[in-house]
Design a protein around this ligand. Structure first.
Ligand code: NAD
Length: 500
């Protein structure tokens, strides 16, 4: 595959490149011999300076009329949309995600900004009532500086889902991307920042210590975190010490439940295969446990394996025929390979899926996609979030039992129900413990800009997307003149409990 030379990109704050404390270098996960580029990092003082610049910018940005802020976000949407062709391949090379999906990520960022710009004015607007209960104005106000801490698997989307609503509501933002995908996201966010007043949006790089500095900073008023449960506990503890509110979007172990009437035709099977293996399975809302009626196990396995043969092709993410790239890190590759190895050693059958393009599999962090059959629910391959290109097939005899097993997890991000009868699928969906349930699809296919996104239980708290995702970045200020006081009534009336 053709590629250009290494890029050098800097952290920026207050509209300027930061001098930098060191560098994070990123190697192509499809070809370890290729250095894709490097970003400059900051130390704790640099992180603090970025927050202070964002705090200074907040004092003016909060007073810009919401319609003007949204108009500026529309200009930013055009700017980031224009980066698609240039940054799609860069993201593919640093992350291992197939290039078409990477271009899609840039386009989606643009769409997300437009959607927020259209909805925010109605949500930010004051609400005033004046009636026989009194006069009440509820203001919807920004918090101040928002720290956005994001993982690597969809670095731009997961940044934009925080940045767009935060800025539309009058906050300013400092983003800390993951060291595993720092390059394209910085360029894309710089194109947005350059369309806005200085300091409204900054991006700084570093590891855990930079993230901790941001989360614990006295001028950071809200934290938006997407990542794994281990880091989430650290972030939550640091934020709690500063009493800073946090939105958390964490991992999932999503069940996909196929009812006894679910069609296993080619289109449906291709949807579930993609629902599992997009971004090599490294997606929080990938289908990670497949529940199928025992009586239809062979039929499902045959249909799934042949759909995978048609649509999964492992190889270099810049190859347009490839649909599954390498994994993003050797640690995650080993973790998933060990899960599969453990299942095999317990007697499971491992079905290798799809085809392999002309690529040096030993020269990158490649892992062949697999379907694992003959498993028990308490094996790690079922009980843990795999976050990689493998999925277990879990058989059930009774639907109530399947629902109970699907719900028997500390995680509850997404889920799906598959049936020829949509009403029946919705009824089953009502019984699932999840923030989202998709009908006859899973993963990206089930997303909607109007559907709140987020999990229950240890999959997180708070929401992204939709009106709920905008409201996360507003706090209320109630201004109230009670009727009894306005009328000059006696102290006894003014001091009465309300509503009686
Ligand atoms: P991670 O938790 O390791 O890292 C996330 C971010 O936190 C990175 O930017 C990292 O540098 C930073 N960080 C690390 N230690 C920190 C600390 N002590 N304080 C502050 N920041 C710190 O996650 P990851 O490996 O990058 O991503 C994989 C996980 O993210 C998976 O569990 C996946 O399911 C989850 N995820 C969830 C969603 C969602 O929307 N629910 C989306 C994508 C990924």
């Amino acid at each position: 595959m053709t590629s250009s030379g290494p890029v050098e990109i800097r952290s920026f704050a207050g509209g300027a490149d930061l001098a930098g404390d060191g560098w994070i270098e990123r190697v192509n996960p499809a070809r370890f011999t290729e250095v894709v580029g490097r970003v400059s990092t900051v130390d704790a003082a640099g992180a603090s300076a970025a927050v202070e610049a964002a705090h200074t910018a907040f004092s003016a940005w909060r007073h810009v009329d919401v319609a003007d802020r949204c108009a500026q976000l529309l200009v930013a949407a055009d700017a980031v949309g224009a980066t698609t062709e240039g940054l799609g391949p860069l993201l593919a090379r640093e992350l291992g995600k197939v290039v078409g999906d990477c271009r899609g990520e840039m386009g989606f960022a643009s769409a997300c900004l437009r959607s927020v710009a259209a909805s925010a004015p109605g949500i930010v607007a004051d609400r005033t009532v004046s009636d026989d209960a009194g006069r009440l104005t509820v203001q919807h106000l920004p918090f101040g500086v928002v720290a956005a801490i994001v993982p690597w698997n969809a670095p731009l989307i997961l940044s934009i889902l925080k940045v767009a609503p935060a800025l539309a509501c009058g906050n300013t933002a400092v983003v800390k991307p993951s060291p595993l995908a720092p390059l394209a996201v910085t360029r894309a966010l710089r194109s947005i920042a350059d369309a806005l007043p200085l300091g409204v949006l900054s991006v700084i790089h570093g590891g855990a210590e930079v993230g901790e500095t941001l989360v614990g900073h006295r001028l950071v008023r809200k934290v938006a975190f997407t990542g794994g449960g281990v880091t989430a506990r650290l972030v939550g503890a640091t934020a709690a010490r500063a009493i800073t509110p946090v939105v958390m979007e964490l991992g999932g172990n999503d069940p996909a439940i196929f009812l006894d009437d679910a069609p296993f035709d080619g289109a449906a099977m291709e949807r579930v295969v993609f629902g599992t293996f997009l971004t090599s399975g490294q997606v929080c809302m990938a289908a990670k446990r497949l529940y199928v009626p025992r009586a239809r196990a062979d039929e499902f396995t045959d249909a799934y394996v042949s759909a995978a043969e048609r649509v999964l092709r492992l190889g270099d993410p810049l190859d347009p025929t490839v649909t599954v790239g390498p994994m993003a890190s050797p640690q995650q590759r080993s973790f998933v390979a060990d899960l599969v190895g453990d299942a095999a050693s317990r007697g499971a059958t491992i079905h290798e899926l799809g085809t392999v393009a002309d690529v040096d599999l030993e020269g990158g962090w490649f892992l062949r996609p697999t379907l694992v059959t003959g498993v028990d629910d308490d094996w790690p391959i079922v009980a843990d979030e795999q976050f990689g290109p493998t999925v277990p097939l879990c058989l059930y005899d009774d639907l109530d039992d399947a629902i109970a097993r699907a719900n028997d997890s500390e995680l509850g991000l997404a889920s799906s129900v598959w049936s020829a009868d949509e009403d029946r699928a919705f009824e089953v969906a009502h019984r699932l413990e999840a923030g989202m349930t998709f009908i006859n699809c899973h993963n990206r296919a089930g997303m909607s800009l109007r559907a709140p996104f987020g999990g229950v239980k240890q999959s997180g708290s708070g929401r992204e997307f939709a009106d709920e995702g905008i409201a996360e970045y507003l706090q209320t200020h109630s201004i109230h003149a009670p009727a009894a006081v306005r009328a000059g009534g006696p102290a006894t009336a003014a001091n009465a409990y309300p509503g009686q």
